[in-house]
Design a protein around this ligand. Structure first.
Ligand SMILES: [Zn+2]
Length: 103
């Protein structure tokens, strides 16, 4: 009986150690990815590290990509959600149409 108990304890111990190793690997991997992403995002801040400045990302341009398009409640023109004017739960392409719909 004591032999079985020691085996169970040994297996449990090995299992716990393996779980810890997997968790540690996953954590260090996530940390490294986060650091890489942060370094890539900073760009112009620290240029002394190396010659990886070839990748230039237009930050302003991709703000409209992948954004939902909304139709103007007055004229029906579609535009990115961030460019629309919201009023009374409706969206408009310009102030003229917002004011015209309110009147
Ligand atoms: Zn409009």
């Amino acid at each position: 009986m004591g032999k079985i108990l020691s085996w169970v304890l040994l297996i449990g111990f090995v299992y716990a150690v393996m779980r810890l190793i997997v968790l540690f690997q996953r954590k260090s991997l996530a940390l490294r990815e986060a650091r890489l992403r942060r370094d890539a995002g900073e760009g112009s801040g620290t240029g002394a590290a190396g010659g990886s400045s070839a990748r230039g990302k237009p930050g302003a341009a991709d703000s409209a990509v992948g954004e939902p398009m909304i139709a103007c409640a007055y004229c029906g023109v579609y535009a990115p959600a961030s460019e629309m004017l919201a009023a009374r739960g409706r969206h408009y392409c310009c102030t003229e149409h917002r004011d015209a719909d309110a009147a």
